[in-house]
Design a protein around this ligand. Structure first.
Ligand code: NOJ
Length: 567
């Protein structure tokens, strides 16, 4: 009992000393986004200020104090523009306004002003590849073959009666071509048919989209997350894509996206957009840049680091089991990316099953959530958190097809259940609907909201939330964690992922037990010029505090140790 009391006091005193430390912001040497922790908000699901069952802009504003206390430096809001909401905002019908169900431009300006007061930057999601079919550009484009905006989209004749121009498939199932009887031609859509692709070979499209970026920069947004940027261009000859064996989850033939994804012209546009961003001050561009390997992904930094500052790496989201060797491999490749760009780390987002479920074993889910948080927030680079991961939110997948809201879930059921499960309302307390709304929310919350919610976790010193808070304070105040080099340790250990974050005068050791058994790794840091025999605990999942002996660092199952190593 006494020991527990002591541990609690120690924990409180560590927390206090972190909270007293000023959170560093942009430094001379580092642009702000290299030290920032980003936090993705799905606006429909974050906080509902008017009790209509859907989140909104004023809801986000009302939670800025929460985000500030957590230690968030920048929020990325997924599309909140007017939209028919077929793809929940990724089908934009007006790029210069706020969706009425989410609020008004005035609300958005207030959000910007309130966020600024708390040192939180706001990023929007720029959907450049396609618009909604209800956007005025497309409405005009489809009206006649000679319409002013006809060439803003990709229109072609079919190969023959009922035959689309080529074999390209939509990534959301079925042909990528939609026949439009008004003008007897097909239009192209990489995503849903309600999301026609813009024709980026038309300079007017480029001009219009760059103006959209300027418009929001002028309003005060700190940057954009660029949706699906790899898909901006298509082969002008419309060559058929190579077909590969088997069928995909929608029952369509598998094929490579050789002629309609990752075409080299994308890079020219990104350089242009980067110029627009740079002209507007210290803005940041984050890319949704799914790629097959690190070399390809790294190209999105640009030949002279003149494209995206933060092209997103999705490799972690594809690791589906807790595996020290697998994460070690991914981290090493990404840390040493060929263009030497600043790394970006993502574990969860609105298109992926939450990592709480991906790595949880059913018995130690909270411990595993803390373990993964420690990895995400102690690596060299900028982490992007997904709302709710800090409270251990889990997926709540639809139980039957008729419950599904995301169209791909309806089309692909049961192999593809859609993305509703990872988009459920934020869990604020244990009241009805997890305190998100007084009205039935647009998606149901999982039953675990009773224990996993902000109010309950704020009161519990051992909660996932309190762990994230400590970790974020540590990350913001420890120079080695912000800027230190990444050095992999004990590379043959199949259970413990360990590394140093090292600056000339100081180093932090991170040891993460990715197994369900106790581990006692030993660290010899002499090759790194460090001769200390102990490390001072900065953060640990066990009650053991103070100095840890480096010849035997005790790690509980799924336990973590972060410690300062002297010379
Ligand atoms: C990627 C977004 O993350 C996803 O949610 C969306 O459906 C597609 N792009 C289409 O915009």
């Amino acid at each position: 009992m006494r020991i527990r009391k002591f541990a609690l006091l120690l924990f409180l005193s560590i927390s206090l000393s972190f909270s007293q430390a000023q959170q560093p912001r942009a430094s001379e040497k580092h642009p702000w986004w290299q030290h920032a922790v980003f936090y993705e908000i799905y606006p429909r699901s974050f906080a509902d200020s008017n009790n209509d069952g859907m989140g909104d802009i004023n809801g986000i504003t009302s939670k800025l104090d929460y985000l500030h206390a957590l230690g968030i430096d920048a929020i990325w809001i997924t599309p909140c523009f007017p939209s028919p909401q077929v793809d929940f905002g990724y089908d934009v019908s007006d790029y210069r306004d706020i969706a009425p169900e989410y609020g008004t431009l005035k609300d958005f300006d207030r959000l910007l002003a309130e966020a600024k007061k708390r040192n939180i930057r706001v990023l929007l999601d720029l959907v450049m590849n396609h618009t909604s079919d209800k956007h005025a550009w497309f409405v005009d484009s489809r009206s006649s073959r000679t319409a002013q905006h006809r060439d803003w989209y990709i229109w072609r004749d079919g190969r023959g009666p009922d035959q689309p121009p080529n074999n390209w498939e939509s990534t959301f199932g079925g042909s990528a071509w939609q026949f439009d009887p008004t003008t007897n031609q097909y239009y192209y859509h990489f995503f849903y048919r309600e999301q026609p692709d813009l024709n980026w070979r038309n300079p007017k499209v480029e001009e219009a989209m760059m103006d959209v970026a300027r418009y929001w920069f002028k309003r005060g947004v700190a940057g954009f997350r660029l949706d699906a940027v790899t898909t901006l261009f298509e082969d002008p000859k419309l060559s058929d894509n190579p077909v590969t064996p088997g069928l995909n989850k929608f029952g369509d033939p598998n094929m490579e996206d050789k002629y309609n994804n990752r075409l080299p012209q994308v890079h020219d546009e990104l350089r242009r957009l980067r110029k627009v961003a740079d002209e507007s001050g210290d803005r940041v561009l984050i890319g949704e840049t799914g790629s097959d390997d690190v070399a390809k992904l790294s190209e999105f930094y640009g030949p002279n680091l003149d494209e995206l500052q933060l092209p997103m790496n999705f490799f972690f989201t594809e690791v589906n089991k807790l595996s020290a060797p697998e994460f070690r491999k991914q981290i090493a490749e990404w840390d040493q990316n060929p263009k030497h760009g600043w790394p970006v780390w993502v574990l969860s987002n609105h298109d992926q099953v939450r990592h709480y479920n991906r790595y949880g074993d059913g018995d130690h889910n909270d411990a595993i959530a803390k373990l993964m948080a420690t990895m995400l927030l102690t690596l060299r680079g900028s982490p992007i958190m997904y709302y709710g991961e800090e409270i251990g939110m889990e997926n709540n997948d639809p139980k039957s097809r008729d419950q599904v809201k995301d169209p791909i879930g309806k089309l692909g059921w049961p192999k593809e259940k859609g993305r509703d499960g990872e988009r459920t309302p934020m869990q604020w307390d244990d009241n009805a609907n997890a305190g998100f709304s007084k009205e039935t929310p647009w998606l149901p919350v999982p039953t675990s909201f009773k224990t996993h919610n902000v109010a309950a976790e704020e009161k519990d010193a051992n909660s996932v939330l309190r762990f994230y808070e400590s970790l974020l304070r540590l990350r913001h105040s420890n120079p080695a964690l912000l800027d230190g080099e990444y050095i992999a340790l004990n590379e043959n250990d199949s259970n413990v992922l360990a590394y140093l974050r090292k600056l000339p005068g100081r180093a932090v050791l991170v040891a993460l037990n990715m197994s369900g058994e106790k581990q006692s790794p030993s660290f010899d840091l002499s090759a790194q010029g460090l001769h200390a025999k102990t490390a001072a605990t900065l953060l640990s999942s066990s009650s053991a505090q103070g100095q840890q002996n480096l010849s035997k660092v005790t790690l509980e199952p799924f336990g973590v140790f972060v410690g300062e190593v002297g010379k």
